[in-house]
Write a protein of this length. Structure first.
Length: 385
C-alpha cells in the first residue's frame, strides 16, 4: 500500500496548441484537503480530470494508492473517486434520495441500505432528511443543490474526492457556509480531497496543503501559513496579496470589524491525532500551542510543548492520542466580538479560538497573526492612496 493517495509522475499534456503540462510531478498524501490554485488556464481542470481519466495524459503516469490508473477500468475508477463540479448536474426527474444513491444502487446495494445511507449523508451535509429526501432538484436552492452534489460524491464511500470550483457559482453567504462545512466534513470523514479553485481566500481558508500553479507548473507548495510567511517569488506574493484582506462587503460606518481578517486557518488539531503529529504540526507552524477539536469541530482542549514534549520516551508517547494529554481550552471569541475583548484575551492566552454561533471553530488568532494582519492591512492602505 502506498502512503500517497495520488502521484503524478512526469505527466505531460498537449491539446494541440502547445504543452499545457510538461513533466509534471506531484504527490498528494492521504486524508489531506489539498487545493490546486492558480490563474485561469493554468491547467487545474486538466490535472483533475486526468485523475478520473476523463482526460488521458500524453506521457507519464498517475498512481492512485500506488496503482497506475491507466491499468484500471475507467468506469470502476470513476465509481471509486467522487467528483463535484460547479454545475453539479443533478437529474431533474429523480428525487434527492435517488440522485444521491445512484452509484450505490449501481453497485447493487439493498434498498434498506440505500435509504439509511442517504439519511446519513443528508445529515452530514446539514440537510434534514425528512424534509429533503423526496424533493426534486428544482425545489432546492443553488447552495442546497451543491450540497447534494457533495453527498452524491460521498455516497459510494470513495477514498478520494475531486472538486472543481464547486462553490464558484454560489452567492457569498452560501459559499462561506459550504467552505466551513467542507472543512468539517474533511475532518469527520477522513477523505483525500483535491479541491480546485482560482479564489485565494477560499484556498487559504480550507486547505491543509496549497499547490500554487502557473502555466502548468508548480510555483510553490506548502501549508497556507508557509506560503503567507515565505512566498517563493513575486508571483506568489502578488497572487496571495490580491484579495487577501479585501472585505466581502464594504464595511458599514458603525459595524464592528470582523475578527475573521485577523485569523489563521490552522493552529488546531483533531483530538484523535497522535501526539507525534501534534508535535510535528507545532514545529512546522512555530506556534507555542495548538487548539484541539472534536469531530464536530468544537474546541475541546489545548496542547503545548509542555503536554506534548515532557513525556518520557518520545517514541512511546508519540503513540498517545492528543485527547489523552490535552488540557482544557481558554475562552473563545466570535467573529463579531469586540476587538478589545480579543486584545484582552491575547494578554493572557497565546492562542484564541474564533467560533461560530454553534461553537464550531472558524480559525485561530495569536499575537503574531494579529500583528501580521494589521501590518498587511496598513500596507494595503498605503498602496491604495
Ligand atoms: N479540451 C480541450 N481542448 C483544447 N484545449 C484545451 C482543452 N481543455 C483545456 N484546454 C486548454 O488547456 C489549458 C488549461 O486548461 P484548464 O486545465 O481548463 O485550466 P484551468 O482549469 O486552470 O482554468 C488552457 O489553455 C485551455 O484553453
Ligand atoms: Mg478549470
Amino acid at each position: 500500500m502506498s502512503r500517497f493517495a495520488l502521484e503524478f509522475k512526469q505527466v505531460s499534456k498537449d491539446y494541440g496548441a502547445g504543452p499545457v503540462l510538461e513533466n509534471f510531478n506531484l504527490t498528494i498524501e492521504k486524508e489531506r484537503l489539498v487545493t490546486l490554485i492558480g490563474p485561469s488556464g493554468c491547467g487545474k481542470t486538466t490535472l483533475l480530470k486526468m485523475i478520473n481519466r476523463l482526460i488521458e495524459p500524453d506521457q507519464g503516469q498517475i498512481l492512485w494508492e500506488g496503482n497506475e490508473i491507466s491499468k484500471l477500468d475507467p468506469v470502476e475508477l470513476r465509481r471509486s473517486i467522487g467528483y463535484v463540479i460547479q454545475q453539479i448536474g443533478l437529474f431533474p426527474h429523480m428525487t434527492i434520495e435517488e440522485n444521491i444513491s445512484i452509484v450505490p444502487r449501481l453497485k447493487g446495494e439493498s434498498k434498506q441500505k440505500l435509504v439509511s445511507r442517504t439519511e446519513e449523508l443528508l445529515e452530514l451535509i446539514g440537510l434534514d432528511p425528512a424534509k429533503f429526501r423526496k424533493r426534486y432538484p428544482h425545489e432546492l436552492s443553488g447552495g442546497q443543490q451543491q450540497r447534494i452534489g457533495v453527498a452524491r460524491a460521498l455516497a459510494a464511500n470513495p477514498s478520494v474526492i475531486l472538486m472543481d470550483e464547486p462553490f464558484s457559482a454560489l452567492d457569498p453567504i452560501s459559499r462561506v457556509q459550504l467552505q466551513k462545512e467542507l472543512i468539517h466534513l474533511n475532518r469527520h470523514v477522513k477523505k483525500t480531497i483535491v479541491f480546485v479553485t482560482h479564489d485565494i481566500d477560499e484556498a487559504l481558508k480550507i486547505a491543509d496543503d496549497l499547490i500554487l500553479l502557473k502555466n502548468g507548473q508548480i510555483v510553490q507548495a506548502g501549508s497556507p501559513e508557509e506560503l503567507l510567511k515565505h512566498p517563493a517569488d513575486a508571483f506568489v506574493r502578488e497572487f496571495l496579496g490580491s484579495e487577501r484582506f479585501a472585505p466581502e462587503v464594504s464595511p458599514q460606518p458603525h459595524s464592528a470589524p470582523s475578527l475573521i481578517h485577523l485569523m489563521e486557518a490552522s493552529g488546531s488539531i483533531d483530538s484523535h491525532r497522535y501526539v507525534s503529529e501534534a508535535l510535528q504540526q507545532l514545529h512546522a507552524s512555530q506556534a507555542s500551542e495548538l487548539l484541539v477539536t472534536d469531530a464536530n469541530n468544537k474546541v475541546v482542549g489545548i496542547v503545548g510543548r509542555d503536554e506534548l514534549g515532557q513525556r518520557p520516551g518520545l517514541s512511546e508517547s508519540g503513540r498517545l492520542k492528543v485527547a489523552e494529554v490535552m488540557r482544557p481550552p481558554g475562552p473563545s471569541v466570535q467573529d463579531h466580538s469586540p476587538i478589545a475583548k480579543l486584545l484582552d484575551l491575547l494578554q493572557e492566552y497565546p492562542i484564541v479560538p474564533v467560533v461560530d454561533d454553534n461553537e464550531r471553530l472558524l480559525g485561530t488568532i495569536t499575537r503574531q497573526s494579529c500583528i501580521k494582519a494589521f501590518e498587511q492591512l496598513n500596507e494595503r492602505k498605503e498602496t491604495a492612496v
